[in-house]
Design a protein around this ligand. Structure first.
Ligand SMILES: [Fe+2]
Length: 203
């Protein structure tokens, strides 16, 4: 598997995932510099099959039009409307010999997903190194707490975490490290989670 984390704009991360055997590739969140990620794919001679958004925020999606204009990629995401393809929670996608699994993790946005492939998870704005994506303090916070409890914490400790922004002390992490060091993964009740969010928002 080819897996490249590409820093774009100020602190966004785009990703290129490719299967060397078939030459098929997927681009995730092209963000502010779609040509940069396209050039990487072209250098590897990859055929870009899919363009995937971890969620619908503009800083992640604004390179979509450029990628779609310059490739034959199909746009995929949660709650997408045609001509983009809609994906469901736990849906799997073949990329040559690779398998991508989409995990719906609402909270930061209702359409947030994480993308799991082999021992790597692209976590969008759900999970950052040392922290989590922004939410308010209402139902969106509750959804985020549930996504962490039900979708993130059950993942194997060895899985590497690749976030949507360079917000932490490192550019990537592992689920095991996040369980140890990320305070939002250490609280086990929604009340404590909310309390922590409120403390952090005052800083
Ligand atoms: Fe976002």
């Amino acid at each position: 598997m080819i897996f490249e984390q590409i820093k774009v704009g100020y602190d966004n991360f785009a990703y290129l995932i490719a299967d060397e055997k078939s030459g098929y590739a997927a681009l995730i969140d092209p963000s502010f510099e779609p040509q940069k990620i396209l050039t990487k794919a072209e250098k590897g001679n990859f055929e870009i099959k899919y363009l995937i958004n971890t969620h619908s925020h503009h800083d992640h999606t604004n390179g979509n039009a450029y990628i779609l204009k310059n490739t034959r990629a199909v746009l995929l995401g949660f709650n997408k409307k045609p001509p983009a393809a809609n994906i469901e929670d736990n849906e799997k996608l073949e990329l040559g010999e690779l398998n991508l699994t989409f995990i719906h993790t609402p909270g930061h946005t209702p359409d947030s997903i994480c993308i799991l492939t082999e021992n790597k998870i692209v976590s969008g704005d759900t999970l950052f190194v040392g922290t989590i994506g922004k939410t308010g303090f209402g139902n969106d916070a509750r959804l985020m707490f549930q996504s962490i409890q039900k979708k993130i914490l059950p993942l194997k400790n060895s899985i590497e975490v690749y976030p949507g922004h360079d917000y932490g002390p490192f550019i990537s992490s592992t689920i095991g490290n996040e369980k140890k060091n990320n305070p939002f993964l250490k609280v086990n009740s929604f009340d404590l989670f909310l309390k922590l969010k409120k403390q952090r928002s005052k800083k």
